[in-house]
Design a protein around this ligand. Structure first.
Ligand code: F0G
Length: 365
């Protein structure tokens, strides 16, 4: 059975969320690779540098780990409809798992602001897909009205079972490193659920005695969608002011993140930091990860930018071990990649100050 091959459900003793295991809806998610990044390691001097590639999940993003958990709960509770607002990956995952369960799904996405790969997945898996003339934050507002009025199960990451499922990559990382947790984990930040989930997992693992320490969890946002970064600078994360978000890393184009308080707790409890990445830095880092023969979507590449900045600031020492959490597959947003190589993504003067650190990542025009 698929659930017996799932990287999420093999940890089900740590996820006590279902009454009856026959309700599990699985697509064989999880068990994703932990890759070495030899070229990035050489360029940065960090010898023990790894990428946990959550893009290698059934629908191509880290969302599958949380979705198998929360969708199974919706199924067990007898819901017919599930719904989410999304920048694309959540909706792709929800649509797929709902289809497997024989349930209907409602997707609200910002028109023109999500990558084609993700939109096409929602359509392919049969979701009722509505593009709204607003941004992600606007879609969240509309959806909160919908779920108040209709018997629809909400699958945005405020759903606690999503967070439980999204803990499992942390367990896999520990396992893949023989239960020697890395010194640092670097995660992209959008709605801030993933960083919260992974931090929670590492803190719980230590509490249970599975590991003897926790990695410092650092979060990286796009400069144009950086409400957490700003909040940390302004008031140490005590208050957060929503921003109007702009970035070509459309997955993390979020101005009013739902889980910011949990993310601040994780950064504080683990001793991590919050960083930001410019559009040019993201594009270059994405090409560098591509040049490793791995690739990722733009939002995932902020992690490599974060590593460079934390090294430059002396917060990470090259002798320490670092895991970058890659959240989405490179094919999710192939438009971005092609525009970058064609020279349409950024102006030359934006890219010029950044010299590729890895020779073969030069733009292929
Ligand atoms: N990376 C990718 C590829 C994402 O799709 C997202 C979020 C993030 C990072 C940020 O994770 O929100 O937990 O901080 N995507 C959501 C979506 C918002 O709707 O697909 P986060």
């Amino acid at each position: 059975e698929l659930k017996d091959q799932s990287g999420v459900w093999r940890f089900r003793d740590l996820l006590p969320i279902l009454a009856d295991e026959s309700n599990i809806i699985s697509l064989r998610e999880g068990n994703t690779p932990l890759y070495e990044l030899p070229r990035c390691a050489q360029a940065t001097g960090v010898e023990r540098l790894y990428a946990k590639h959550q893009g290698m999940n059934p629908t191509g993003s880290f969302k599958d780990a949380g979705m198998t958990a929360a969708l199974s709960v919706a199924h067990e509770r007898g819901f017919e409809w599930v719904a989410c607002a999304s920048t694309g990956n959540t909706s792709a995952a929800m649509a797929a798992y709902a289809a497997r369960a024989g349930m209907r799904s409602l997707v609200l996405i910002p028109e023109g602001k999500i990558a084609w790969g993700k939109l096409s997945q929602a359509l392919d898996y049969g979701a009722l897909t509505c593009q709204l003339r607003t941004d992600f934050d606007g879609c969240v507002r509309v959806l909160s009205e919908v779920v108040r009025r209709a018997p629809v199960y909400l699958l945005n990451s405020v759903n606690p079972y999503r967070i439980e499922g999204q803990k499992t990559p942390a367990l896999e990382i520990a396992e893949q490193l023989d239960w020697q947790v890395p010194d640092h984990l670097i995660v992209p930040g959008g709605n801030l659920a993933n960083s919260s989930a992974l931090g929670k997992a590492f803190l719980e693992m230590k509490h249970l005695g599975l590991t003897d320490r926790v990695p410092r969890v650092s979060i990286v946002q796009a400069e144009g969608a950086n409400p957490l970064y700003r909040s940390m600078q302004a008031n140490g994360g005590r208050e957060l002011t929503a921003v109007e978000a702009h970035t070509r890393a459309s997955a993390i184009r979020i101005g009013n993140p739902a889980s910011w308080r949990k993310a601040v707790k994780v950064v504080e409890a683990t001793g991590g930091w919050v960083e930001q990445a410019t559009e040019a830095e993201i594009a270059l880092a994405k090409a560098e990860i591509g040049a490793e023969g791995i690739g990722c979507e733009p939002a995932s590449a902020v992690t490599l930018v974060g590593l460079k900045k934390l090294l430059a600031a002396g917060r990470i020492d090259p002798s320490e071990s670092v895991v970058l959490l890659l959240t989405g597959h490179t094919l999710k947003d192939s438009d971005y990649t092609i525009q970058y190589h064609r020279g349409d993504l950024l102006r030359e003067e934006e890219l010029a100050p950044l010299r590729p650190e890895i020779e073969i990542t030069r733009r292929n025009t």
